[in-house]
Design a protein around this ligand. Structure first.
Ligand code: ADP
Ligand code: MG
Length: 322
């Protein structure tokens, strides 16, 4: 089982940023209002996520670190329509199998918190701990006993940059949650709760929001909302292209192609537009399980989706021109 976990870990936990993604998605799924992230050495030494979500009951604590233990699906049919971000039940188990992990949690109504530690997949018994509410996960020394994987990690600054990107993606998708990020003890970002405009301003720049066009188009069960930036505002780049499908960040050829075509048709300009767009669609229409860490998806009716995206964005872009 340990080996299975480690192999799965290779898939799920490519690098600190992918571990961070699993932890942040869990915190969001737990209904947290505030999430605090502390990183050391680009996340290779420490990834700590402190949330104020629903917490985990004592009896479920060690279960949470077991593979395929998820509280989020009950039967196979659920797989097709999961609303929560995580659902494979392998995030924590995978991370725990290649790190020293501590999970401290206090369920709502519990007299006190419990803490469970795992050393490279070996679980200790839960012990009482002090924590006001929510869950704190500490991941120390990722891949410390797996040198073959460890050597694939890049420099501290590169790993940090990946973590930072991950925080931005999740924070954009959840403006209702406050995020704070520190790296090597230095406070870097504090994103206050607010609406999307405020969150996008904090992440993509106030300039972006000031010049971007609001998008809100629907057709049948498809809906596109968010902001499309004008490419003439200078700062736009590939790093400022955020597209979410049912709350998940994706980078998809079909989507990029449709957006580029809309920009070209309306503004006669397609050079790396900046945008932050959210597509909502029936969960059955999109397969997000292509690969656990990949940001790719597979759309069932890709032609119809392409036409919708093109039409919706062209409408939004030309509305402002008129
Ligand atoms: P999954 O998210 O796919 O269910 P994970 O391994 O990521 O699997 O987490 C296992 C379980 O642990 C979750 O289903 C959830 O019940 C619990 N859990 C993990 N992190 C948190 C958290 N921050 N707050 C509350 N519960 C959590
Ligand atoms: Mg999860």
């Amino acid at each position: 089982d340990h080996l299975v976990n480690q192999i799965a870990a290779g898939e799920v936990v490519e690098r600190p940023a992918s571990a961070l993604k699993e932890l942040l998605e869990n915190s969001v799924d737990a209904g947290s209002r505030t999430i605090q992230i502390e990183l050391q050495a680009g996340g290779t030494k420490l990834i700590k996520v402190i949330d104020d979500g629903c917490g985990i009951e004592h009896d479920d604590l060690s279960l949470a670190l077991h593979r395929h233990a998820t509280s989020k699906i009950r039967d196979f049919d659920d797989l097709g329509r999961v609303a929560t971000l995580g659902f494979r039940g392998e995030g924590l188990a995978s991370i725990a199998s290649v790190s020293r992990l501590a999970l401290t949690s206090r369920a709502e109504g519990a007299a006190h918190a419990w803490r469970i530690e795992s050393d490279n997949g070996r679980l200790h018994d839960p012990v009482p701990a002090a924590l006001a509410a929510g869950t704190t996960v500490e991941v120390h020394d990722l891949y410390y006993q797996t040198p073959a994987r460890r050597k694939f990690l890049k420099s501290e600054s590169t790993e940090f940059a990946h973590c930072d990107d991950m925080v931005k993606r999740i924070a954009l998708a959840h403006p209702e949650v406050q995020f704070a990020l520190t790296h090597n003890g230095r406070a870097l970002a504090r994103l206050l709760r607010g609406d999307l405009a405020r969150r996008a301003g904090a992440i993509l720049g106030e300039d972006f929001v000031a010049h971007a066009l609001p998008v809100d188009e629907g057709f049948e069960r498809l809906r596109l909302t968010g902001f499309a930036g004008s490419p003439t505002q200078g700062k736009s780049s590939r790093d400022a292209q955020y597209f979410f499908v049912n709350g998940r960040f994706v980078r998809d050829k079909l989507v990029q192609h449709a957006l580029r075509e809309a920009y070209r048709d309306v503004l006669h300009h397609e050079r790396h537009p900046a945008y932050c767009l959210f597509l909502e669609m029936a969960p059955e229409g999109v397969d997000v399980n292509v690969h656990p860490t990949k940001i790719e998806v597979r759309f069932r009716e890709s032609q119809a989706l392409y036409r919708f995206l093109l039409t919706a964005l062209k409408k939004a872009l030309s509305g402002a021109k008129a």
